[in-house]
Design a protein around this ligand. Structure first.
Ligand code: NG6
Ligand code: CA
Length: 523
């Protein structure tokens, strides 16, 4: 406990001994800043010279910068599912990339990370990208009424969210389950099966577009950008893409102001839209990075971080707030729009030294930036310890002294010590992650094993190496080969077998994984 001043469980202990009032003031706020698609190499504190992200850099210099922290999966919905439930997404059917009209994937009976913070006496909020579905039934939401269940039903006191992603309809914000700014005389309709008669689409009306798709994204047109999914109406509520970051940031700040005024500790899950496609940052960032919209969106993300940190300082919450910053999956360059990300990339390496990227089994898929700052309590440093976002659940439960109910957060481990102390080397023994094809891989931080599995080797659309090899197992020695270039499986079969056995026992420990039979058969 060299660096972490508050001993583990101290808050729980305090809870028994002091009045409710002082108990509250000693409970730190918790702020998760969850980026979308920011890769390991995208931030200047992780080594890139191509783009400057000074606000994130300040956060890193005042906190712990993790170099081997993983999200649960190489895409958004499963990573977010894992984060909020503490369950590996591959244990649960239907946790793949969600459509904009998907039913809510985490059902109200589940005990979530937000429930846990609520039990600890926190006010809980989610602001930004949701992408976990809303309502009871896919495609059956009444977007003009209150869509239920919504985040409130799984533990969030407040929500201001995009239902899915910026490239998916409906293109409106939802506040506490209700479309923001809707005019009753112009209701909004959403479909993922058919277009609404007479409505233009990117496919049929490319002349109406200001940003053209490179793949997919050719359905309804909103603000001159075609999306995935159809929608009609709701004109007064449509977001302007250039204002999404401002709107998310403003609502996050308002939530912090409100809860701090009420004297309650808060848990805020601030999920940015930056830097997901379509990358349309505010005018003030355009052309500022030299890397085109993708780089400009990184500046926009950094701006959000700066605004929120300024707010904490202004409200005197700077030292009483634990800030975690991370990303939902690795980097992607062309993710479906002709936004010059490829052409203007230059020497910038969005995944750093790591292979693959978003969608991939390689390290570039899930090894993401991860920073924890707790000013005055946690000593700044760099931690190489193997960590997983799934463990925030159990780790913060331990900090808050909350007992997680039986069966909840089944894959979340308490590593509070290692989150709070860069010197602590005991993190995860293993991390299991999933790629876009629902194929699993396992790492112990030193070695990485990717079992043979079906699926394309490369995504032709995004030009990402996905890691799938139907006939070959892959083993990489990450210490000398972080870029996973030399498959050393043949010379290290024993090591591979050990990781394989662990992977199978991890799968068999819990609910069914649909690829288990194939995995076992493919010796
Ligand atoms: C893919 C989209 C991609 C992105 C991704 C989800 C196509 C061709 N590609 O299906 O653009 O939206 O889903 O990204 O439609 S994520 O970060 O939310 O997981
Ligand atoms: Ca993402």
């Amino acid at each position: 406990m060299k660096n972490f001043i508050l001993p583990l469980g101290a808050l729980a202990l305090t809870a028994c001994n002091v009045s409710a009032e002082s108990k509250q003031s000693e409970r730190p706020n918790v702020l998760f800043i969850y980026a979308d698609d920011i890769g390991y190499g995208d931030l200047s504190c992780y080594g890139t010279a191509a783009v400057k992200t000074p606000n994130v850099e300040a956060l890193a210099s005042e906190g712990i910068r993790f170099t081997n922290a993983h999200c649960g999966a190489a895409t958004s919905t499963p990573s977010r599912y894992g984060l909020l439930t503490g369950e590996c997404p591959w244990r649960k059917k239907g946790t793949g990339i969600a459509a904009g009209d998907a039913a809510m994937i985490i059902t109200p009976d589940r005990y979530t990370l937000a429930d846990m913070f609520k039990d600890a006496g926190y006010k809980t909020g989610v602001v930004g990208k949701w992408h976990l579905g809303l309502g009871n039934e896919t495609g059956k939401q009444d977007w003009n009424g209150v869509v239920k269940p919504n985040p409130e039903d799984i533990g969030f006191d407040y929500s201001y969210i995009m239902a899915a992603t910026a490239d998916r309809t409906p293109c409106i914000f939802m506040e506490n389950g209700k479309g923001v700014g809707l005019d009753p005389n112009d209701p909004v309709y959403v479909s993922y099966t058919a277009n609404f008669p007479g409505e233009p689409t990117g496919k049929d009306n490319p002349e109406l577009l200001r940003m053209h798709p490179s793949h997919g994204h050719d359905q309804s047109i909103v603000n001159g950008i075609s999306r995935i999914g159809y929608m009609k109406g709701g004109k007064s509520a449509l977001w302007r893409d250039e204002d999404i970051a401002d709107s998310i940031t403003a609502h996050a700040i308002r939530f912090i102001e409100r809860t701090s005024k009420e004297g309650e500790p808060f848990f805020l899950y601030l999920a940015t839209n930056d830097i997901h496609v379509p990358r349309v940052p505010n005018e003030r960032f355009i052309g500022k990075s030299g890397l085109g919209p993708r780089g400009d969106a990184l500046l926009s993300f950094d701006w959000t971080v700066g605004e929120v940190m300024k707010t904490l300082k202004r409200l005197n919450l700077d030292e009483n707030t634990i800030v975690i910053l991370s990303s939902d999956n690795g980097a992607v360059i062309d993710d479906g729009y002709k936004d010059q990300a490829v052409e203007l990339l230059g020497d910038h390496k969005p995944t750093g030294v790591y292979r693959g990227g978003k969608y991939s089994s390689y390290e570039g898929g899930t090894r993401v930036p991860c920073i924890l700052r707790w000013k005055g309590k946690v000593q700044p440093g760099v931690s190489e310890t193997l960590m997983s976002q799934l463990d925030w659940f159990a780790s913060f439960a331990s900090m808050c002294g909350v007992n997680i109910p039986e069966g909840a957060a089944p894959d979340s481990e308490n590593h509070l010590d290692a989150w709070m102390d860069a010197e602590k080397k005991e993190g995860r023994d293993y991390v299991v992650v999933q790629n876009v094809n629902n194929n699993l891989s396992i790492t112990d931080g030193t070695w990485k094993y990717i079992p043979a599995a079906n699926g394309p080797a490369i995504s032709k659309q995004t030009n990402t190496e996905l890691g799938n090899r139907p006939n070959n197992h892959q083993l990489y020695y990450l210490v000398s080969d972080p870029g996973e270039k030399n498959n050393v499986y043949k010379d290290n079969k024993e090591k591979a077998e050990q990781l394989r056995a662990k992977l199978i026992s991890e799968i068999e420990r819990g609910a069914h994984y649909k690829g288990l039979k194939e995995l076992k058969a493919n010796q």
